[in-house]
Design a protein around this ligand. Sequence first.
Ligand code: NAP
Length: 295
Amino acid sequence: MTFKRAAVIGIGLIGGSFALAAKRAGVVESVVGVARSADTREGALEMGAADEVTADAAEAVRGADLVYIAVPVGATRSIFGQIRDSLEPGALVTDAGSTKREVMAAAAELLPDSITFIGGHPMAGSEQSGIRAARADLFEGAAYYLTPGETTTQDELDRMLALVRALGARPDVKVAEYHDRMMAATSHLPHLVAAALASTIHRLASGQKEVGNSLGTGFTDTTRLAEGSPEVWRDIFLSNPDNVAAALDRMIEQLQQFGAAFREMDRALFDQLLEEARRDRRELLDQRRRELGGQ
Ligand code: NAP
């Protein structure tokens, strides 16, 4: 399976990494990269992620048999509107957005029947953003969720599965509702907590003398995610509000239990909460090891 011309709309960290990985694997012959800023377009050419670049998404998809959309989730609907009349019949269109319900609904509403749209979400990435952080090996070994549409055929899904495997990733087909609920717990809540933690620590400690020396690995390990692109994360929260708010409520309940342990100076409750936390973390990591081992 090879694609002659891939249009990568939003050639930042994820779009750029896709382009580099697909070219390296030989599944894509040429890439046209789309970005708003001249700096991103230049970076994509310099890094060899794109063979040509443009700011015009409609122009990019003309003649493309593969379209990979990797913009913040909230911009995806507008991209669909810009490209719908220029898509080549038979093209495979996919996205990399971290939430899937809104994207799937917009695709069903806006994209023509002559193309195939399959949603995607690579479980790869980092707190960095932008084309200069892109890497050809970003997807290697990573899970890669796929959300087919209601009319997707097995042949179309097989093409997408082959593309994801060519990137070195492990495809996993899910329905969008389940995907978004699961991600709220395992990805969106951790980001939210890291962001709140970084700001809370700053409020408590900044301005105090020599606070820098006290910022050890505990600080860097637990707040790393707060470095993520505010634009990308705003759109993730806005497109999964019910699930993330429910996860946040559970987090607040958990923190309130710690609050009760302090108020009562309840040694047994501290033991229970901390032992549970250690066991829970180990169980989750064991499950990940089992699932990876089962591939
Ligand atoms: P990024 O590095 O900031 O790249 C985003 C790209 O989208 C840039 O090329 C940017 O163009 C373009 N863009 C931004 N807003 C746009 C708009 N309103 N209209 C058109 N283009 C726009 O972000 P990323 O981390 O690659 O994230 C891209 C997508 O992948 C997001 O949907 C995110 O949820 C998803 N994702 C991210 C990760 C992760 O760890 N970062 C992992 C999995 C999935 P300019 O450079 O010109 O601004």
